[in-house]
Design a protein around this ligand. Structure first.
Ligand SMILES: Nc1ncnc2c1ncn2[C@@H]1O[C@H](COP(=O)(O)OP(=O)(O)O)[C@@H](O)[C@H]1O
Ligand SMILES: [Mg+2]
Length: 239
């Protein structure tokens, strides 16, 4: 058995056009459980996730996933390999129904053949989506749209889900509910990289954590170790 982590990111640089945002990120995600990606607004969390997902080019460095170098693979090939982004801002198709949105998540050939049984699993985790399966996505609340975005990600049968700011803009009660669902998915065996601005909740949900600042990893370690780091306590936990 190989001891290689599920995701191994070495010296990753990237950004938008001429604008460099990531300046040599080193990061690992082990199989099973959640890894938190923390940092304030503009730290580079979304840019990192988009680069991992293949939506932005790798300028330097390397991304290995399940033992393969995927740095130059197209986004859909990464999804096929099991690396699935649930983007910030939900991005559901408003004029499609809940079930149509979910079905689109299973468009990759590996997931397509199983779409019906995966749909049952998604409806089991998100009964609210089952209740509303014929409704257009635009009629859903923000929290329900977030559930739909996560459910659509699950439909792709991810081995690693990149979950970008799932609680952004939600009420505290709905955010709590989403964290509960995250917990359920991890218990069910999903591996997660979770970007969050709610540092306290993210650390509670994770085994390991990275803190990004200005496109660089400034702190990393076990979740409890990071939670007790004085820099994290003063900058993010208000202690
Ligand atoms: N499309 C874009 N073009 C140029 N710069 C961008 C774009 N999107 C984000 N940025 C910049 O990249 C930096 C990191 O942003 P982002 O990755 O969204 O951070 P986070 O997700 O941690 O809030 C910010 O300075 C932001 O202004
Ligand atoms: Mg972001």
């Amino acid at each position: 058995m190989s001891a290689e982590p599920m995701l191994q990111v070495d010296d990753l640089a990237g950004g938008y056009g001429d604008t460099a945002i990531l300046h040599g990120v080193d990061l690992q995600v082990q199989s099973g459980g959640a890894t938190a990606l923390l940092g304030g607004n503009g730290a580079g969390k979304t840019t990192l996730m988009k680069t991992l997902a293949g939506l932005l080019p790798v300028r330097r460095g390397r991304i290995r996933f399940l033992g393969e170098d995927i740095s130059r693979l197209d986004c859909d090939k990464r999804v096929l390999a099991g690396l699935v982004l649930v983007p910030e801002g939900r991005m559901v198709f408003p004029s499609l129904t809940v079930q149509e949105n979910l079905r689109l998540g299973a468009i990759n050939p590996r997931a397509r053949v199983h779409w019906h049984s995966t749909l049952e699993q998604v409806y089991h985790v998100f009964p609210r989506l089952k209740e509303r399966h014929t409704q257009h996505a635009l009629t859903l609340s923000g929290g329900e749209q977030q559930m739909l975005a996560i459910g659509r990600g699950m439909m792709a049968m991810p081995r690693l889900m990149l979950l970008d700011e799932p609680t952004l803009g939600l009420s505290p009660l709905m955010a709590q509910h989403i964290f509960g669902l995250v917990h359920t998915m991890v218990e069910g065996g999903l591996t997660l990289l979770l970007a969050e601005q709610d540092v306290r909740k993210a650390l509670q949900a994770s085994n390991h954590a990275y803190v990004l600042e200005n496109g660089r990893v400034v702190i990393q370690g076990g979740a409890s170790e990071v939670a007790s780091d004085p820099r994290v306590q003063s900058a993010y936990l208000g202690l």
